[in-house]
Write a protein of this length. Structure first.
Length: 277
C-alpha cells in the first residue's frame, strides 16, 4: 500500500494548503502532517500507513484517503483491496480450458479480431482475424503468448501500433488492475521481474503504479499489408468462464477499416508480421 502514498503523480496531491499552491513542501514531515490532518488521522498512524504496516483501516478512513488523494474509481477499488483484502482470490487452472463453444464465438466475429485472455494475460484463444492483424499466436512459443510480454518485448509491436507508447502504457495500467488480486503470487512476481529485465520502458513505468480498467478505446494500427486500421477495442468479462476476458476489435465508424479487414481476410494473408522473433 505504501506505493500509493509515494506515487509522484500530481493527481495524488490534495487541493489545499501548500500542495495546491504549487509550493514545494518544507520537508517530508510537514507534508505528512498536512495529509494526516486532511484525512483526519494522527501523524503516527498515517506514517505507519505510508510504511505499509499491518494496521486496521476503517471504511470512513479509506473514503477520506481516496478523497484527499483524489483517486479515480479504479485506484479507489485498488486501495480497498490492499487495505481490506475484501475480494477473495479465485484460483484458476494453470491452463484454462477453451471450449468449442467459446472458440465458435470467436470465429463468429468474422473479420473482427477477437481473442481471450486468462488472468495471467496469456492469449489462450483467438480467431483468424486476430492472427491476421496482430500475431500468429499459434506459431509463438507458449512463454511468448502473453499479451503484456508481447507489448514490451516484440519490436514489431512498436511498428504495428502508431502510438505504441500510449498503447503500452494503457495496456500496463489495465494489466496492473486486472492482476491486483494476485499480488505476491509467484507467477506474477516472475513475469514482472522478467519484464523489468527485458524492457527499459516496463522497468521505468511499472513503479509508477498507474491504474486503469479496460474501457472502450480507439487505436490506430499500421498493418504491413493493408495499411491504416482504426479499431475500437471492447473488453468483455465472460461470466460463464470465470477469470477469462474476451477482447473484440471493431472498425471505428467513418473509416475504411471494415473494407481493409475484409480485404485482408479475402487475400488469405498468412500472419507472419508478428511471428516469434
Amino acid at each position: 500500500m505504501s506505493q500509493i502514498f509515494t506515487n509522484p503523480a500530481p493527481a495524488y496531491f490534495p487541493q489545499s494548503g501548500w500542495l495546491s499552491r504549487g509550493k514545494a513542501p518544507p520537508n517530508a514531515r510537514t507534508a505528512r502532517e498536512e495529509l494526516a490532518l486532511l484525512v483526519g488521522v494522527g501523524v503516527t498512524w498515517y506514517t505507519w500507513l505510508e510504511q505499509g504496516r499491518d494496521i486496521t483501516v476503517s471504511a470512513p478512513v479509506l473514503e477520506s484517503l481516496a478523497r484527499v488523494l483524489q483517486l479515480n474509481e479504479d485506484e479507489k477499488v485498488h486501495l480497498y483491496i490492499l487495505a481490506r483484502e475484501q475480494i477473495p482470490v479465485t484460483p484458476f487452472p494453470a491452463t484454462p480450458t477453451v471450449t468449442p463453444a467459446l472458440q465458435l464465438i470467436l470465429e463468429t466475429m468474422g473479420v473482427h479480431p477477437a481473442y481471450v485472455l486468462c488472468p495471467r494475460w496469456d492469449v489462450i484463444a483467438w480467431n483468424q482475424a486476430a492472427a491476421r492483424v496482430y500475431a500468429d499466436f499459434g506459431a509463438l512459443a507458449e512463454r511468448e503468448r502473453n499479451l503484456i510480454w508481447l507489448f514490451f518485448t516484440d519490436r514489431r509491436q512498436r511498428e504495428l501500433f502508431v502510438n505504441w507508447e500510449a498503447e503500452a502504457q494503457h495496456a500496463l495500467a489495465s494489466f496492473r488492475i486486472s492482476t491486483q488480486r494476485f499480488i505476491g503470487e509467484a507467477w506474477l512476481t516472475q513475469l514482472t521481474s522478467e519484464l523489468e529485465e527485458a524492457s527499459p520502458e516496463f522497468r521505468a513505468w511499472w513503479p509508477r503504479y498507474a491504474l486503469q480498467g479496460c474501457k472502450p478505446c480507439p487505436r490506430q494500427l499500421e498493418h504491413p499489408r493493408v495499411g491504416s486500421l482504426f479499431l475500437e477495442t471492447t473488453t468483455f468479462q465472460l461470466a460463464a468462464y470465470p477469470g477469462l476476458q474476451m477482447i473484440v476489435d471493431t472498425p471505428v465508424p467513418g473509416t475504411d477499416t471494415a473494407a481493409r479487414l475484409a480485404a485482408l481476410a479475402e487475400a488469405g494473408s498468412k500472419p507472419q508480421h508478428l511471428a516469434a522473433v
